[in-house]
Design a protein around this ligand. Structure first.
Ligand SMILES: C[S@@+](CC[C@H](N)C(=O)[O-])C[C@H]1O[C@@H](n2cnc3c(N)ncnc32)[C@H](O)[C@@H]1O
Length: 359
């Protein structure tokens, strides 16, 4: 399965896709996401030391000189390849039998995943503080009592690096995952310390709040490549749960797969569950988001659109009033062109990143 750092099967080079068509768009013309690292004044054109969002490909650059570039739009060859692939995927969906098999107990497949992979499978998320400055603030020595909830924490590759950089004695990280095996892995980690961390089994799309957390008790919710593991039918319940557990003014830090990412485009026959929703070879599910759709999900518009009727009864009205609605503080598309310099190949990756605040 794919993580942000996974080596992907590589796009075949053609005369056409080796010609850089992105160089015609200048830094000024591009819409830049509002993250600290994505400021054109820090144009580094280098990947070491690693700095997200600061490697701008410009006219005079040789695309194969460095191994990654930021904010790069896909070229026509890739767009055409992506369209053909998605059409092929739709024509060969997962069978109804397998849909039921994979959708009925998704935790089972994630348990298997963590059984088969070591805790090192996901790379530690070193970029977190750079992308989400709130994490720097709340881990300062004098930040005072702060509660973080990490949803779908997996093997702890986000939670442990946060604790490793933490200077706040009053910080508590609740790291939850619906996979028992993942929680075992976190609890068995050498840095697991129950004074600052609590790992628990919790289904983000279930009816209950996470163990030990009450309504309105969390300052920051972290969601790193978890929302994509839910089926669209689970989005509302999950967003509702996050809304309930956050304090008013609390923040969600979100990063996940974006539509058109090579991980989506490269799916072969028999993997398509629904539009933009796939089953990986290991039985885990993955959805690829679009910016407008994410905006609608977290602002609640997507749920009220579905429910609003002209002959609304008072109880319908009440139900609609319970639709969670977050303030969308940032929502950006992080596009990157990864380059295999030895083979002269280009790979287009696309992730969504946002911060949502409980009003
Ligand atoms: C792609 S992994 C990401 C893990 C971790 N956030 C990271 O970035 O390393 C997705 C994780 O979400 C968990 N997950 C999937 N559906 C979930 C649900 N309904 N409730 C809680 N966790 C879930 C999976 O078990 C898995 O650990």
């Amino acid at each position: 399965m794919a993580s942000t750092t996974e080596e992907l099967p590589i796009e075949k080079p053609t005369e056409q896709n080796l010609v850089d068509k992105t160089s015609s768009s200048t830094v000024e013309e591009q819409e830049l996401p509002a993250h600290r690292s994505h400021d054109p004044q820090y144009n580094q054109k280098r990947s070491d030391p690693f700095q997200f969002g600061s490697r701008y490909l410009q006219e005079q650059d040789n695309v194969f000189e460095f191994n990654a570039w930021d904010h790069v739009e896909t070229d026509d060859t890739y767009k055409e390849y992506a369209e053909q692939q998605i059409q092929m995927q739709r024509e060969s969906p997962v069978s109804d039998f397998d849909k039921t098999r994979f959708n009925s107990d998704p935790a089972k497949w994630w348990n298997l995943f963590y059984k088969n992979n070591t805790a090192n499978f996901f790379k530690n998320r070193k970029w977190l503080q750079q992308e989400f400055p709130i994490l720097g603030k709340i881990t300062e020595g004098d930040a005072g009592p702060v509660t973080i909830l990490e949803v779908g924490a997996g093997a702890g590759n986000t939670a442990f690096p946060i604790l490793a950089n933490n200077k706040n004695p009053k910080l508590k990280v609740h790291a939850c995952d619906f996979s028992k095996k993942a929680v075992e892995v976190m609890r068995g980690h050498e840095a697991y310390n129950t004074e600052q961390m609590q790992a628990d089994v919790w289904d983000a799309a279930g009816e209950d709040l996470p163990p030990g957390l009450e309504e309105g008790s969390v300052d920051v919710v972290l969601m790193v490549f978890i929302f994509s593991a839910l089926s669209p039918s689970q989005w509302k319940q999950a967003v509702q749960n996050i809304y309930r557990v956050l304090k008013p003014g609390g923040e969600v830090c979100f990063r996940d797969y974006g539509r058109g990412d090579l991980a989506q485009v490269r799916f072969r026959k028999g993997r398509y569950l629904d539009e933009n929703f796939y089953i990986r070879g290991d039985g885990t599910r993955v959805y690829f988001f679009d910016k407008d759709e994410l905006h609608k999900i977290w602002s609640g518009d997507i749920f009220s659109e579905n429910e609003e009727t002209s002959d609304e009864t008072p109880s319908d009205k009440k139900a609609r009033a319970q639709i969670p609605s977050f303030e969308i503080e940032d929502l950006g598309v992080d596009r990157r062109l990864l380059v295999n310099r030895a083979k002269k190949l280009k790979m287009y990756r696309c992730w969504m990143q946002g911060r949502f605040r409980k009003k």
